[in-house]
Ligand binder design. Structure first.
Ligand code: CAA
Length: 260
């Protein structure tokens, strides 16, 4: 399927998804968000994608936020609906049956930072800049910037980023745990794709179950969280893949996972 604002390339079991509005620094308008939801729906329905890399077209931006031109002049009902659309996008990425790595190639501001936070983890180019500048516009983050950011970097940094609106460098983002690694831009995509491929080579049922546990337990107390993990551990051991993985280890051969 062709999209106006997104490029999708299937590289075996890895999907490379590129936000493609470089002239507007890949700003997230309704069309782009709706198309991104469709991309994920199609990849999920296809059933063969085991991991994805999400990046931005051009060398300046991952995404410079929600589209300010489109938001300008809208009333509260439309703005609330836009926020709901952005949250649907974040939830779709976060709860998809496969992980997404955000390869942040430049500005990840406002909705762009929030989109990256919906991914499982973030790799960044040295030139990347992260921030939640909404307060400069008299707004607040609307796509999960307050909620996911605090869970990723803790309340102190979330407060500073959201309340000042100041951007931080990739090096600072690395230091506070917002991104996992920072690499020269020329190596960003190749590295993220390699990591995505390594995930795709693992047992798909196991990767999916592990993501579920990591996501669903993050706000549970330890006793409930551990109970959730124990149940998921038992369930995933019923998969053919887990039998194959353990048998392959014992037989000293590579496992052949089928996602079953
Ligand atoms: N929305 C719409 N258009 C945007 C945009 C955005 N968020 N960010 C950049 N653009 C457009 C610019 O208007 C410009 O378009 P024209 O060439 O037609 O004038 C083009 O992209 C290039 O941008 P600049 O000329 O500004 O590039 P720069 O290198 O001088 O500055 C920048 C880069 C610092 C990222 C600057 O563009 C900027 O501050 N952008 C806005 C960042 C922002 O405030 N993001 C938060 C949006 S609100 C939000 O996201 C709410 C939410 O949580 C849901």
């Amino acid at each position: 399927m062709a999209y106006d604002t997104i490029l999708v390339e299937q590289k075996g079991a890895v999907a490379l998804i590129t936000l493609n509005r470089p002239k507007a620094l890949n700003a997230l308008n309704r069309q782009l968000i709706t198309e991104l939801l469709s991309v994920y729906d199609a990849l999920i329905a296809g059933g063969t994608t085991r991991s994805a890399v999400l990046t931005g077209a051009g060398d300046k931006a991952f995404a410079a936020g929600a589209d300010i031109t489109e938001m300008n002049g809208q009333g509260p009902a439309d703005m609330a609906a836009f926020s709901a659309l952005g949250h649907r996008m974040g939830a779709r990425i976060e709860t998809a049956p496969f992980p997404t790595i955000a390869a942040v190639n430049g500005f990840a501001l406002g909705g762009g930072c929030e989109l990256a936070l919906s991914a499982d983890f973030i790799h960044a180019a040295e030139e990347a800049k992260f921030g939640q500048p909404e307060v400069n516009l008299g707004l607040i983050p609307g796509f999960g910037g307050c909620t996911r950011l605090v869970r990723r970097v803790g309340v102190a940094w979330a407060r500073e980023l959201v309340e000042t609106g100041d951007p931080i460098s990739a090096a600072e983002a690395l230091r506070i745990g917002l991104c996992n690694r920072v690499v020269p831009r020329a190596q960003l995509l190749e590295g993220a794709l390699k990591t995505a491929q390594r995930i795709a080579d693992r047992g798909p049922c196991a990767v999916r179950a592990a993501r579920d546990v990591l996501l669903q337990t993050q706000d549970l107390d330890l006793v409930r969280a551990n109970a959730f993990e124990m149940t998921a551990f038992g369930l995933v051991s019923a998969s053919a893949d887990s039998q194959e993985g353990m048998t392959a280890f014992v037989e000293k051969r590579p496992a052949k996972f089928q996602g079953k």
